[in-house]
Ligand binder design. Structure first.
Ligand code: C5P
Length: 225
């Protein structure tokens, strides 16, 4: 049986990560969170006083950090220069800067190369679920199954807000505004913007439970492999 590659794209707050990890676990596949890689690159820029709003500086520095992604769906990790940054990459500072860093072509070409290497390495393990914004369009255009998850901005903000607790809970309205701003930046950039691949199956998760979304994706993969 050939290795399976499941590409899962869509804006934030649609349940992409939870769905991708559960599908990988259920089907015995590896898992790659490409958003974590863009976040790790952004974290490194901030840690090294490189202005995320300066594309030339970001491009010049983008070859320096050594990124390593763990592909276990039950315990995904990401390290930069040997240090685990799984926690710090979720900070508000990184979230606010990541769209600018990920719009820089040199950043994208470097990370896409690493992502394709992870996909190739997972072939002997049966395959991989890869989640991001440009997986079906750019990273793995020949993926076995392509899924595009979507949901209303209100549902996405409510979910995101539920994930942020305590001092980080900022209110649904502020969350909605930040989400819409980040999606607009991700959809509007020149190099491989957030987009549904022509041959992707779109699932609107607004009124679905996580289990229903997982079941739908697993069903699609089982039918195609
Ligand atoms: O998925 P997550 O919200 O963690 O992604 C963080 C950011 O990384 C996105 O807002 C986007 O700017 C960038 N990204 C990207 N291409 C991907 C995955 C993420 O540009 N394939």
């Amino acid at each position: 049986r050939d290795a399976v590659v499941v590409a899962i794209d869509g804006p934030s707050g649609t349940g992409k990560s939870s769905t991708s990890r559960a599908v990988a676990t259920e089907l015995g596949l590896r898992y790659l969170d490409t958003g974590a890689m863009y976040r790790a690159m952004t974290w490194w820029m901030l840690a090294n006083q490189i202005d995320p709003g300066d594309p030339v500086a970001v491009a010049t520095a983008s070859g320096k950090p050594v990124l390593l992604s763990g592909t276990d769906p039950l315990a995904p990790t990401i390290s930069v220069d040997g240090a685990d940054v799984s926690g710090p990459i979720r900070s508000e500072e990184v979230t606010a800067a990541v769209s600018a860093v990920s719009a820089v072509p040199e950043v994208r070409s470097r990370l896409v190369e690493l992502q394709r290497a992870a996909v190739a390495a997972a072939a002997s393990a049966g395959g991989i679920v890869v989640e991001g914004r440009d997986i079906g369009t750019t990273v793995v255009p020949d993926a076995t199954v392509k899924i595009y998850l979507n949901a209303s901005p209100e549902a996405r903000a409510a979910r995101r807000n539920g994930e942020l607790t305590g001092a980080r809970a900022v209110g649904v309205e502020a969350t909605r505004e930040a989400l819409v701003r980040r999606d607009a930046a991700d959809s509007g950039r020149k190099v491989s913007p957030l987009a549904k691949a022509e041959d992707a199956v779109e699932i609107d998760t607004t009124d679905l439970t996580l289990d229903q979304v997982i079941e739908a994706v697993v069903g699609l993969v089982e039918r195609r492999r």
